[in-house]
Design a protein around this ligand. Structure first.
Ligand SMILES: C[S@@+](CC[C@H](N)C(=O)[O-])C[C@H]1O[C@@H](n2cnc3c(N)ncnc32)[C@H](O)[C@@H]1O
Length: 364
């Protein structure tokens, strides 16, 4: 059975449209066939999209500087959804240079194929540190240290909602003439940290992500004394529900081309929605976390001295290349402003150097 048939079967068995979150779960994570569970190349030039660590080592080096500020001698790092493993290699390399290596670098990765790729990347880049890297299949207990998730929240299945007759309804996925189509389901009621958008005109469509909030909540119990760094494209509620954003934030990527159609290239294209950082921060506070900072990726990296790597590079060709990479990471037209960093802490309340130049927590 191919993935298209799996999804149609699940709608038929449900005898009603399935939620978009259920569709996204199948399209991205169905064993062996889902986008993140199959063997295809995803990250980098040969894949479908480029993430910040794939763009430049300086991204991981700066994150390492932030880790170094708070890591204690017996601490660990835990990275979620580690992609090709390149971010882990960058962070471990720089923490080695700073003489601040964690006891363990845990990776919680859902895909066995990606676990294998991560092992290869780290073994090639840092064979001497491979024994510190441990792959987990579930949340640890009593974790102490730093938790990192780069572009993980945006890959968590979200619900789509649509305004009709001054109410919000869930927009599900059904079948019409053997083709997957959007279909309106039941009314959505506000609950927990999820706030519904203000009423705009009928047809206004957006997303809510309960799964991401449940994930934040489950993290609280797994951690004892920790800092969490969540990096993702997203915005605070006011921007997320801006009246001009009438069609939400759903984006699909196939071979570096963006589209808003999740029903094509199923299993071969990435599907994501932007992160509503206000919902995440509200949930985090409800769970017991403290918000320790919120900034654009640009100002976070600048606070951590991304430009120093350029200034300290003696080789002119390498300097030119680093300058290009920094532009990609910090320019507003590239990743600088659409990506944000949210820091949450449990029992580790430190004034973080990453938010020295900017802390937009008040906007959340
Ligand atoms: C866009 S990729 C980002 C990869 C990598 N962090 C990077 O920056 O290159 C999203 C990753 O998040 C992972 N992911 C999604 N939900 C997750 C969860 N609940 N726990 C761990 N990983 C998850 C996916 O499997 C996928 O590998």
């Amino acid at each position: 059975m191919n993935l298209d048939e799996v999804i149609k079967n699940s709608i038929i068995q449900n005898q009603a449209p399935i939620g978009f979150d259920e569709f996204m779960q199948l399209a991205l994570y169905y064993p062996k066939l889902g986008y993140y569970r199959s063997g295809s190349e995803k990250f980098g030039e040969k894949g479908d999209f480029i993430t910040a660590p794939e763009t430049s080592d300086l991204f991981g080096f700066c994150l390492a500087r932030q880790c170094a500020q708070v890591l204690k001698k017996t601490d660990d790092i835990l990275e979620f959804g580690a992609g090709s493993g390149i971010l882990a290699a960058q962070i471990l390399f720089e923490l080695g240079r700073l003489d601040c290596l964690p006891q363990h670098y845990y990776i919680l990765e859902l895909s066995a194929e990606l676990q294998h790729r991560q092992k290869q990347t780290i073994a090639k880049a840092l064979p001497e540190l491979l024994d510190r890297v441990v792959w987990l299949n579930e949340l640890p207990t009593g974790f102490n240290g730093v938790v990192i998730a780069n572009e993980v929240l945006d890959a968590m299945p979200a619900k789509r909602i649509i305004q009709k007759n001054n109410k919000f309804y869930e927009l599900g996925v059904g079948i019409e003439k053997d083709t997957l189509t959007w279909q309106v389901k039941k009314e959505v009621i506000q609950e927990g940290a999820v706030k519904l958008p203000p009423l705009m005109s009928d047809g206004h469509t957006t997303e809510i992500n309960k799964q991401a909030l449940a994930w934040v909540d489950s993290l609280y119990d797994a951690l004892e004394n920790a800092l969490i760094l969540l990096i993702d494209y997203g915005m605070h509620r006011g921007e997320y529900f801006h009246p001009q954003r009438t069609d939400g934030t759903l984006r699909c990527y196939y071979q570096h081309k963006a589209s808003d159609d999740p029903f094509i290239n199923i299993g071969e294209q990435d599907i994501s929605t932007s992160v509503n950082f206000s919902d995440i921060s509200d949930q985090a506070k409800l769970s017991g976390f403290k918000v320790s900072g919120y900034a654009t990726q640009a100002l976070f990296l600048i606070s951590l001295g991304v430009d120093e790597y350029l200034l300290n590079e003696a080789d002119e060709n390498k300097r030119i290349s680093l300058a290009q990479q920094i532009k990609q990471l910090v320019l507003p037209s590239a990743m600088g402003e659409s990506f944000k960093v949210l820091a949450l802490s449990k029992n580790r309340h430190v004034k973080l150097i990453g938010f020295k130049e900017q802390d937009l927590s008040h906007k959340l």
